[in-house]
Design a protein around this ligand. Structure first.
Ligand SMILES: Cc1cc2nc3c(=O)[nH]c(=O)nc-3n(C[C@H](O)[C@H](O)[C@H](O)COP(=O)(O)OP(=O)(O)OC[C@H]3O[C@@H](n4cnc5c(N)ncnc54)[C@H](O)[C@@H]3O)c2cc1C
Length: 327
């Protein structure tokens, strides 16, 4: 069997690994202590927050089939949220999400999806890959502790483009294309309360403010019922303030949330923050997964199509189609 290293255990890496597992020897490398990437959940004391992707929708038959298989196993559930749109602090529109155009979340948490997909896979956690080098016509990878792993016939990097650039060999055919791809940042403010707060929505899109999204996290199905909110900054504000201290960001975003919702949040019990340098990307017209068959290196992830969960999945399907004949 050919040996494949997959760097990154977000949805794109895990989808790829599961599909290739029966025809190749797959080894994962993941820099974090858990799998799932931006399909993420953080626990703080008795509170839990999906601090990455908030929900996902389904447009293509391939993804529908995949989501249906997870639904059957109770790994994803529908979130029939009361959705609202704010223009600054003015509520301008409400709508009930329902079965006609379903919105899904991982169950009981967003990171349940990664945990499920990674079962029985060979995964090296807490292992950040720092370089990829050729050795006797194969590839070896070196991690941040100086350990080398190899030899691999193929390497697939399922990570954001700026992180690819740091480690991929310069002979990669599409090296220059990667340099110009810019992902957008985002801050996620995580708020936990000892009491419930009544809002006329469970999920809200906010315009004309420095925050762009509010989820009542505890309103998602099968969640821990301690009242939690996730508030996302706009990408623009995050990119302009990426070097601000955590405390300053928390204070600023809490004030902005107060301004939009016209509520006093001074009794908040938990206030935490996630700084996403590479949160998402707008729709890419000209990109696709980058596959260098001569060098047996491939790069995929949501960013090469659109910064959405479904596209992370689809990007790895495209890699499989193209490399399967070489395995
Ligand atoms: C705040 C936020 C809100 C979002 N909301 C939505 C939403 O509502 N709906 C939606 O559809 N999408 C949303 N998204 C986007 C969605 O989360 C992504 O499209 C999707 O999860 C990306 O999956 P991926 O596998 O491409 O990448 P990732 O999930 O980023 O996976 C990459 C993995 O690679 C690892 N890694 C990186 N570099 C290295 C290295 N050198 N060595 C080892 N491991 C490495 C990372 O730790 C990570 O686990 C949101 C994202 C964010 C951040």
């Amino acid at each position: 069997m050919k040996k494949i290293a997959i760097i990154g255990t977000g949805l794109s890496g895990l989808t790829l690994g599961r599909d290739l597992n029966s025809i190749a020897e797959v080894t994962f490398f993941e820099k974090s202590k858990g799998v799932g990437g931006r399909l993420a959940t953080r626990r703080v004391k008795d509170f839990s927050f999906d601090h990455g992707a908030q929900f996902f929708t389904v447009k293509t038959p391939e993804f529908r089939e995949f989501v249906n298989s997870l639904k059957k196993k109770n790994i994803v559930e529908r979130w029939d949220a009361r959705f609202a749109e704010f223009q600054m602090s003015k509520l301008v529109h409400t709508k009930q999400w329902e079965s006609e155009y379903p919105h899904y979340v991982g169950s009981p948490n967003m990171n349940s999806i990664g945990k499920y997909l990674s079962k029985d896979m060979k995964i090296n956690l807490n292992t950040k890959i720092k370089s990829i080098d050729s050795k006797s016509n194969n590839w070896v990878v070196t991690d941040d502790k100086g350990n080398t792993h190899g030899n691999f016939d193929w390497i697939v990097l399922a990570i954001p483009p700026k992180q690819v650039i740091e480690i991929i060999p310069i002979e990669f055919k599409y090296f220059n294309e990667l340099k110009n791809i810019k992902m957008l940042g985002c801050y996620s403010l995580l708020l936990g309360f000892n009491y419930d707060i009544q809002f006329p929505f469970d999920a809200a899109l906010v315009r004309e403010a420095k925050i762009s999204w509010i989820s009542i996290n505890s309103s998602k199905p099968s969640r821990n019922k301690n009242f939690t909110m996730v508030v996302n900054s706009t990408n623009k504000w995050a990119d302009e303030n990426m070097n601000m201290s955590d405390n300053e960001v928390k204070k600023y975003l809490l004030n902005e949330t107060t301004r939009v919702l016209n509520k006093d949040f001074s009794n908040v019990k938990i206030i935490d923050l996630q700084r996403w340098r590479y949160a998402n990307i707008s729709k890419q017209k000209y990109l696709k997964p980058l596959i260098d068959k001569d060098n047996r290196l491939a790069v995929c992830g949501d960013w090469c199509m659109q910064g959405r969960v479904e596209f992370a999945f689809l990007s790895s399907k495209k890699v499989i189609e193209e490399i399967v004949d070489y395995l």
